[in-house]
Design a protein around this ligand. Structure first.
Ligand code: SAH
Length: 218
């Protein structure tokens, strides 16, 4: 069962979480504001109520996880999203990252390859507050050609390489944030900027550990 109440205790825990994330180096106040606003415990089963605001990943079923809040903040900061930009997310999972982006007024298109997780989000009432958040069931390696180009692309699973179709769907001047495998259990966070001439500039950031980005739907 999902919790539906957001009380003063939850809000206090959220403030403490934001302080922790700030101490770990996140500076973008718009990102921190979004983390303060979105009730993370809503995205987890109520058995996690007491721990939902610890800065760690948790299981959400189907062997998947809700990302650690620091990781969500880190990727969101790198993404430099502006209000009304079109953002493509690969790996909806719990829809927490998608909600953070929607809370920052982005128009979010998020894709999940697992039917059960997609269906769970379709019935998730909290998401209805974000009319510009759209859920898709599909294979993120293919992106969403019908809705391209996107101003921003964010991948929240460990990518074996940068998917070429997602670069194609990025508008010139747009940014992609993607964790790319550097070993069996570690990914290098990369930010790619698509140049006006279609070429791509790369920046490398810290290492993280994500669940794998897999081909096909399930
Ligand atoms: N953004 C999520 C993190 C989820 S973990 C959150 O905020 O909770 C990564 C998710 O990516 C998993 O749900 C997994 O099923 C999904 N995934 C993996 N490969 C994918 C692909 N090719 N296309 C779409 N989703 C994928």
């Amino acid at each position: 069962m999902r919790p539906t109440e957001d009380n003063y205790r939850h809000k206090g825990l959220r403030r403490a979480l934001v302080d922790q994330i700030r101490e770990k180096g996140i500076r973008d106040e718009r990102v921190l504001e979004a983390i303060l606003s979105v009730p993370r415990h809503f995205f987890l089963d109520s058995v996690f109520d007491r721990v939902a605001y610890e800065d760690r990943a948790f299981p959400i079923g189907e062997s998947q996880t809700i990302s650690q809040p620091y990781t969500v903040a880190y990727q969101t900061e790198l993404l430099r999203v502006e209000p009304f930009q079109k953002v493509l997310e690969i790996g909806t999972g719990s829809a927490y990252q998608a909600s953070i982006l929607a809370q920052m007024k982005a128009r979010v298109y998020t894709i999940e390859r697992q039917r059960k997780l997609y269906d769970a989000n379709k019935g998730f009432d909290y998401l209805k507050r974000f009319p510009s958040l759209q859920l898709f069931f599909g294979d993120g390696f293919r992106g969403l050609p019908t809705f391209a180009p996107f101003d921003r692309v964010i991948i929240t699973a460990a990518a074996p390489e940068v998917p070429p179709l997602l670069i194609e769907q990025l508008r010139p001047g747009g940014l992609m944030v993607i964790p790319v495998n550097e070993s069996a259990d570690s990914q290098r966070m990369m930010r790619l900027t698509k140049r006006q001439d279609g070429g791509v500039d790369e920046e490398r950031f810290e290492s993280f550990s994500f669940v794998p980005m897999l081909e096909g739907r399930k």
